[in-house]
Write a protein that binds this ligand. Structure first.
Ligand SMILES: Cc1ncc(COP(=O)(O)O)c(C=O)c1O
Length: 340
């Protein structure tokens, strides 16, 4: 039985178990259904068995050895991947998400920080190149390399070739693909790292329609369960885990493919200059001035901005109406001010 069906099943026994709300003592009525499906590992339903099956099914979908459902974001996935890799000397990007440094610290490995150049025209860091990977491996001799691809602003590394180099040199490759959870489900998006890297981490909540902070940890190497158990609660939220199962069922369905296809078509119709590799991160020249104008005059909040560029994040849930409105507004701004 799927996790979703298990949580819908009526419990036949009288439970003297955690959680003591027993699905009936609901302190917040708007979340009544959530309380009803909030179970522990009771013998009557065995949700942990359904979870294990759902994760096995997910690994088949992605073509990985292991895929684990995360309810504490890519943050927990990166830390666990680092712990699972048992590094002695780990190379991390100095501007990476803080979880990279925290994972490295917790692992006790010697940390080597690498730097990437800032693109002055766009005010952003681009993805790591093959020559930079070769240089890090040659000069610093790490046993684990952690990279971010795509970057926050949608620049993607050649992970397929980077993983080949890492394999040749016996370096474990961990890819932070937090912003690329849609990639495995569309040929019109950049190639995902899931089949190439030793460990790949993806946030479902960022672009793929998941609720905060659902995510995935993929491994083509060891089973990361033990590492995950070091930082995870022993009382997982099964309702949250069931949303991950539903999320993957959707992404892997024809409905999901159609939704991504339409999203990409709607973004293409904006007709903005292509500045990055990932169309779901609409990157516009304009920076703080554009960001303020969008916010104050048009009620649009961007995901991130710097002095040169502004990024608007799209994903499952970004509907056509929203993008049509954005197009009208950008046209208006463009006529007033030639910055985009
Ligand atoms: C590149 C990158 N990696 C990892 C994370 C952490 O992701 P999560 O919020 O799913 O823990 C973020 C969050 O913003 C991120 O931007």
């Amino acid at each position: 039985m799927s996790l979703i069906s298990i949580l819908k099943t009526k419990v036949s026994k009288t439970l003297f178990t955690t959680p003591s709300h027993n699905g009936k003592f609901c302190l917040y009525h708007k979340f009544y259904q959530w309380y009803r499906s909030d179970l522990s590992e009771i013998d009557t339903l065995n949700p942990e068995k359904a979870l294990a099956k759902a994760e096995e099914k997910a690994a088949k979908i992605y073509g990985t050895k292991y895929t684990k459902f995360l309810t504490n974001g890519s943050t927990s996935g990166i830390i666990s991947a680092i712990l699972a890799s048992q590094s002695k000397r780990i190379a991390i990007w100095d501007k990476a998400h803080p979880c990279h440094k925290n994972g490295a610290k917790l692992s006790g490995a010697e940390v080597i920080e690498y730097h990437l150049p800032l693109d002055n025209e766009l005010g952003v860091y681009k993805a790591i190149t093959i020559s930079k990977v070769e240089e890090i491996i040659e000069k610093q001799k790490p046993d684990v390399l952690v990279i971010t691809s795509p970057t926050y602003e949608g620049f993607v590394a050649d992970v397929s070739n980077i993983s080949k180099i890492c394999r040749q040199k016996n370096v474990t490759l961990i890819v932070d693909e937090a912003h690329g959870a849609l990639y495995p489900f569309s040929e019109d998006l950049p190639e995902s790292a899931v089949k190439h890297a030793d460990f790949t981490v993806q946030s479902l909540h960022k672009t793929a329609g998941g609720i905060n902070p659902t995510a995935l940890l993929h491994s083509n190497k060891t089973d990361p369960s033990e590492a995950l158990s070091m930082i995870n609660t022993t009382s997982p939220s099964y309702p949250m885990l069931a949303t991950i199962e539903a999320n993957l069922n959707f992404l892997n369905s024809s409905r999901g493919s159609k939704c991504i296809k339409e999203l990409l078509e709607n973004i293409k119709a904006l007709n903005v200059e292509k500045l990055n590799d990932d169309p779901t991160k609409i990157l516009l020249k304009g920076g703080y001035e554009l960001s303020d104008k969008l916010f104050n005059q048009y009620g649009i909040e961007d995901e991130r901005t710097n002095e040169k560029t502004t990024m608007l994040l799209c994903g499952i849930g970004t509907n056509k109406a929203k993008l049509v409105r954005l197009k009208k507004i950008l046209k208006k701004i463009l006529l007033l001010n030639k910055t985009i």
